[in-house]
Design a protein around this ligand. Structure first.
Ligand code: UT7
Length: 339
């Protein structure tokens, strides 16, 4: 599904970018000291070398505020009209975390709400932010992707504990012209709820409110059917990307930087092959941060800018797949910005 943009006169334009990783880094060797895994397995099967995790008591809102304040600074603004927070690890089940984040950013009173689309949350957040701007409902939106998966994975479950890390990334969107650098292309989105068990936490929602009612301790933790997710991630990201490219009028070889949700290096490589984009154009940040769920795309963009891999005028393709299942893709030409 893509939101029709024919004849649009207003566009959402990327005006600022910020990102933050919590200070505590956990190496593969440190994990191998605790669970039955090895640096070699993690590196060769996922590409991850290290990840950052929150200290006890550091909630997702803290990550979001750090990234959000950096994005506001990058855009040179102190205010926005709306705050959208994409997260699967809200501070509490109720209320939403975005109002807390907005309050701490000095934006008390502004509309603020969470978007729940797990690892595709940032792209869903971008679509919502862009829609608010294009409809004229807002002049500027802060879109944050923030997750602390270390608080939901079973620390003893090697299939997930080695993959995920914590972090946050954010962008400021402002109203502008469709033809200017930074204008978001059509945001292609999709979902398939028949795959809800692929990536899930079974207990703790209205379906199974308490862990005690569940057959297994594992039901209270995040679970992922890795191999099935792998194949679907490649297929759906490639399809969504092709649709986003067609909407932009770009060929695959026009793309300078491919920024996939940072799930697994092998997924990134397979996706770029499937779309027909050379691997040198892949932005890879998971070696340093692991899979940071909704935060991974803005964190990867920030890394690419800091490391000189991304420049104004370059054509960027963003794509993600994750729990829901939910997926998405969009395009933009990278704008000039302070970072
Ligand atoms: O963010 C949302 C989207 N997420 C994704 O797209 C993630 C997709 N999936 C993956 O990235 C990969 O499936 C994983 C990294 C999660 C797992 O890698 P895999 O290559 O698919 O491994 P597997 O699950 O097929 O397991 C292969 C073997 C098994 O051992 P046996 O049965 O062959 O003896 C596992 O028990 O590797 C074993 N294994 C491990 N060994 C050492 C699984 N995890 C580990 C580990 N260390 N951490």
């Amino acid at each position: 599904m893509s939101i029709p943009r024919t004849g649009r006169v207003r566009a959402a334009v990327l005006a600022g970018l910020g990102a933050w990783l919590p200070p505590r880094a956990v190496s593969n060797d440190e994990l191998a000291g605790r669970i039955d895994t090895s640096d070699t397995w993690i590196r060769t099967r996922t590409g991850i070398r290290t990840r950052h995790v929150v200290d006890p008591g550091m909630p997702t809102s803290r990550l979001a505020v750090e990234a959000g304040s950096r994005a506001l600074e990058s855009a040179g603004v102190s205010e926005v009209d709306v705050v959208v927070l994409a997260t699967a690890t809200p501070d509490r089940r109720c209320p939403a975390t975005a109002p807390v984040v907005a309050h701490r950013l000095g934006l008390t009173g502004r509309p603020a709400f969470d978007v729940s689309a797990v690892c595709s949350g940032f792209l869903y957040g971008l679509a919502v932010g862009a829609g608010l701007i294009e409809s004229g409902a807002a002049e500027s939106v802060l879109v944050i992707g923030a997750d602390a998966f270390s608080t939901i994975v079973d620390p003893q479950e090697r299939a997930t504990a080695v993959v995920f890390g914590d972090g946050a990334g954010a962008v400021v969107l402002r109203a502008g012209e469709p033809a200017e650098a930074g204008a978001l292309g059509q945001v292609v989105l999709g979902s398939d709820g028949s795959l809800a068990d692929l990536i899930t936490i079974r207990a703790g929602g209205s379906e199974h409110p308490t862990v005690e009612q569940m057959p297994s301790r594992a039901d209270s933790y995040f679970a992922m059917r890795g191999q099935e997710t792998f194949a679907l991630a490649v297929a759906r990201m490639a399809e969504a990307s092709r649709e986003a490219l067609a909407n932009a009028g770009w060929e695959a070889n026009h793309v300078d930087r491919l920024v996939c949700h940072q799930a697994n290096l092998r997924i990134l490589q397979a996706t770029s092959r499937r779309i027909g984009i050379s691997q040198e154009r892949l932005v890879v940040h998971l070696d340093q941060a692991g899979n940071t769920a909704a935060a991974s795309i803005p964190l990867a963009l920030s890394h690419a800018l800091s490391s000189g891999e991304l420049h104004p005028g370059e054509r960027v393709l963003l794509t993600a797949f994750g729990g829901g299942a939910a997926w998405g893709a969009t395009t933009l030409t990278w704008p000039q910005m302070k970072h």
